[in-house]
Design a protein around this ligand. Structure first.
Ligand code: TXA
Ligand code: MG
Length: 313
């Protein structure tokens, strides 16, 4: 987004930003747009506020939260960055979450990290999210703004669909740009990174800026968010479909057109539209969902990761 667009967006949302920051300071819950998906925000230093996130989402207590900061300086008060500074300096603000050792004595509610010795931190690039964190003056814990195990929200409508009545406010910033949750990168003590969740920042992007990556995916499950059952549209999902059966809603890509075409061939565009497609498919009269093959390159790896989870019953 250009700085002119960002300035206009901030001016148009000034009242909403001030109101959201006030709700957060007072320990309430607000759904906010980020560049990835909408987040359900609460101040990260308040046990009561953080408890409300778990309550509203129906999220298991042992699944830790990402803490969103205004800048690297604020993040450095919560996590030990020594080997992670390169990734943070080059890719923040942006759709990258870094898992680093928790700073001793960090002012953070215990449930945020669910007892892990590490903390997940991100500096988001969305002008509204960034402005709200600055105005609130505190780091903000925010999972995706949906009930646990449902498809993540990329519009304010998606948020309202599962959280209406459970939260204090939604700030509508339009559809999110990336459309998939941030890449989660754990930087280990030896300085080598492990991708815990593929996302908009691809492994190729990390290697290009000199982040060393461990070969293959991590085999130890550190957090339940990495378990398969997730992102469920509530109907059976068939992958790699060339055409639809009579009772299927087909999500297309490339030459496979379908009922909802993700893109004629651009993977970034497909990623930004994936969850809207799953929401539409879930609401359609067809009892089943089929999805065209998605090339497994760049952000295609993250798209296929989410589709595989959506197809897991
Ligand atoms: O793009 C995003 O990351 C969005 C926006 C709102 O920022 N947030 C998001 O949060 O996707 P959520 O709660 O849906 O996913 C957070 C993931 C979970 O899989 C959780 O288990 C993992 O982060 N996580 C949090 N802390 C962790 C830690 N210390 N070690 C490993 N995984 C962690
Ligand atoms: Mg989520």
């Amino acid at each position: 987004m250009g700085s002119k667009d960002a300035t206009e967006m901030l001016a148009a949302n000034a009242a909403g930003i001030a109101r959201a920051a006030e709700i957060l300071r007072n320990g309430g819950l607000v759904a906010l747009p980020t560049e990835t998906v909408y987040g359900l925000a609460a101040r990260a230093d308040s046990a009561e506020a953080v408890a409300k996130i778990y309550e509203a989402k129906g999220r298991p207590s042992n699944n830790p939260l990402i803490v969103h900061c205004a800048d690297l300086r604020q993040a450095e008060e919560l996590g030990q960055f020594a080997p992670a500074t390169r990734a943070a300096a080059q890719l923040w603000p942006g759709p990258l979450t870094l898992v680093v050792p928790l700073m001793q004595g960090a002012d953070i509610a215990a449930r945020v990290t669910a007892g892990l010795p590490t903390i997940a931190l991100r500096v988001p690039a969305h002008p509204i999210m960034h402005a709200v964190i600055e105005a609130a003056g505190v780091p903000v814990a925010a999972p995706s703004a949906n009930r646990s195990e449902t498809v993540s929200p990329t519009t304010a409508d998606h948020v309202v669909a599962t959280l209406n009545g459970r939260i204090d406010a939604v700030l509508d910033g339009g559809a999110t740009a990336c459309g998939l949750e941030s890449t989660i990168l754990a930087i280990r003590e030896d300085g080598v990174g492990e991708i815990l969740r593929p996302g908009p920042i691809a492994a190729e992007d990390l290697l290009r800026i000199g982040v060393a990556l461990r070969e293959g995916r991590s085999t130890t499950i550190e957090a339940p968010g990495q378990l398969s059952r997730h992102y469920s549209p509530g109907k059976p999902v068939r992958l790699n479909a060339q055409e639809a059966e009579a009772d299927e809603f087909l999500i297309g890509y490339g030459d496979v057109e379908g009922d909802f075409c993700l893109s004629s061939g651009n993977l970034e565009e497909a990623a930004s539209r994936l969850y809207a497609a799953l929401h539409d498919a879930a609401r359609s009269p067809e009892p089943r969902i089929a999805v065209a093959p998605i090339p497994h390159e760049g952000i295609g790896a993250a798209i296929n990761d989410r589709l595989r989870r959506a197809a897991t019953e």
